[in-house]
Design a protein around this ligand. Sequence first.
Ligand SMILES: O=C(O)COP(=O)(O)O
Ligand SMILES: [Mg+2]
Length: 213
Amino acid sequence: MNIVFDLDGTLIDSAPDIHHAVNAALVGAGLTALPFAQVRTFIGNGAPVLVERCLAALNADPAMQAQVLQGFLDGYSENHAKTVLYPHVFEVLESLQAAGHALALCTNKPTRATHGALAHFDLTRFFPVVVGGDTLPRRKPDAAPLLHALAQLPAAPALFVGDSEVDAATAKAANIPFALYTEGYRKTPAEDMNAQNIFNDFRQLLAIVDAST
Ligand SMILES: O=C(O)COP(=O)(O)O
Ligand SMILES: [Mg+2]
């Protein structure tokens, strides 16, 4: 089947590096750093929205958006030192690929940072199709990025795997079954997330995929 993955909060725990880079950009622009727990809740709708939310939290001038966003992208894209893969992600991607499933990535993370993170963790080989937050004019929760990823794979039943409200809404909009990974950056209780499958250990995804094929 075709299995499309979200990235931040699903395959990688990237919040510490995102927090570090956005704070450096804020401070570089003469603003104040924000706490980790707060920035973590701002992740999920892409870098421009992350910066918007930071500026709003600081009551800063929204006109600083372009400068802070550029500072964030420059500081973050090649910087994944504090980021970790969630447990068992690598081996499960290997198993899924070896079993003949087609894998793709659909993330709101900007494409340059996405490719940087994939290379950092040696994940590039698993994802011949990557749709980033700046690939199309519209980002998740619009259905377009997920449908764009699937359109590049052979026709087959599909599953979208993600961690957030944005991913659940994207799957619903695209009419694709959703598997929720519970260890990411969601704010809603798992049972209220409208997910066809819920898992907290990547090894469980193999059984979910088997049951869906
Ligand atoms: O960059 C973000 O805000 C979120 O990225 P994700 O779509 O991979 O969770
Ligand atoms: Mg995510």
